[in-house]
Design a protein around this ligand. Structure first.
Ligand SMILES: [Zn+2]
Length: 331
């Protein structure tokens, strides 16, 4: 009897010990799993958000939150330079062509469009119709004094010539003729010409900037960075205004009316009317926008006098200095 009891006790003790070992193993494996669980991954953008004054000053770093962009105030120039024109780019990046458009938001508005553009993305065919697309804030409206007569164009975020993408609603915003031709086109030409002449790739991002619930963008932020030469050939970061001289625009709806007072108030601190080109001037520079113009270009008389500089050399010298030909007078 005694012997049997001892055997039973030994077996029970053994079972108890074995179950303790199993339980402790289970516990340690669950805690291991917790440690190696995948960390939340934030996709890396090729561009560091450089517009973020708020970011560097905020102690709490929330990587998922996009820094607040403060829409610049229009002061009579078609573009302004952001962050000293540098697109702060983390160069450790694979060269792979892509195009990315954001889905429209609940108000039907476009978001950032981003691309890595190489020769094979450039448009090869002539553009098809886009009239069926009605971007947010769209109105078909004419003013006799506007070049081409229509106030609004369907404005590609990533230009057709750079992407071959034409009638994608995620790539088209309501933009003024002025934004399209004076603000964006010279920059797009610059990117196109760079890619064609070098065969290199360019990271390119266009972000439409809306205030609150406005249907019409205040403008677009454009960043470009040439990859193979680490930004040597192209590295800019600007904001192009969605304005039209002589027209007052309600950005909430896209409605508009002709307004002389607007142009006058812009020009009031501007002694443009008294500008007379000196003898032998070959081009007139805008030192703020880094554009150069023919002496006869209307923009020469519209720019602020403090930004106007006469130039007596060649076109090539200006290109070497980083100046961009104006889209209006094509110097
Ligand atoms: Zn010009």
């Amino acid at each position: 009897m005694n012997r049997k009891l001892i055997i039973v006790i030994v077996i029970l003790a053994f079972l108890l010990a074995a179950s303790l070992i199993v339980i402790s193993c289970l516990l340690s494996s669950t805690s291991n799993r917790a440690v190696i669980s995948p960390q939340s991954h934030t996709p890396q953008s090729p561009f560091i958000q450089a517009t973020s004054i708020a970011e560097s000053q905020t102690a709490e770093v929330d990587v998922a939150k996009e820094p607040v962009f403060i829409v610049p105030i229009y002061n009579g120039e078609e573009i302004i330079i952001l962050d000293e024109d540098r697109c702060l780019f983390d160069a450790d990046f694979m060269i792979e062509e892509y195009l990315h458009f954001s889905d429209l938001d609940s108000l039907g508005r476009c978001g950032p469009a981003e691309a890595c553009i190489g020769v094979s993305l450039l448009a090869t065919e002539s553009r098809g119709p886009i009239g069926m697309i009605k971007p947010s804030g769209w109105h078909t409206i004419r003013y006799e004094f506007i070049d081409g007569n229509y106030l609004y164009n369907r404005c590609h975020l990533i230009a057709y010539q750079l992407s071959g993408v034409n009638s994608d609603e995620r790539n088209l915003i309501t933009g003024t003729r002025y934004l399209n031709m004076e603000g964006m086109l010279p920059l797009e030409n610059r990117v196109y010409n760079y890619i064609i002449s070098t065969g290199n790739h360019v990271f390119y991002r266009v972000t439409p900037r809306f205030s609150e619930n406005d249907l019409l963008a205040k403008g677009v932020e454009i960043e470009a960075y040439s990859i193979e030469d680490n930004g040597e050939g192209l590295n800019f970061h600007v904001f192009c205004f969605n304005v039209q001289p002589g027209v007052t625009i309600d950005y909430h709806t896209g409605e508009s009316y002709a307004s002389d007072s607007i142009t006058r108030s812009i020009d009031s601190d501007n002694d443009d009317s008294v500008y007379t080109p000196s003898d032998g001037v070959t081009f007139v520079l805008n030192t703020n926008t880094k554009r150069f113009h023919l002496v006869t270009c209307q923009s020469v008389y519209e720019m602020k006098s403090k930004n106007r500089k006469e130039f007596f050399g060649t076109r090539e010298e200006l290109l070497d200095q980083g100046y961009v030909p104006c889209g209006r007078c094509n110097p």
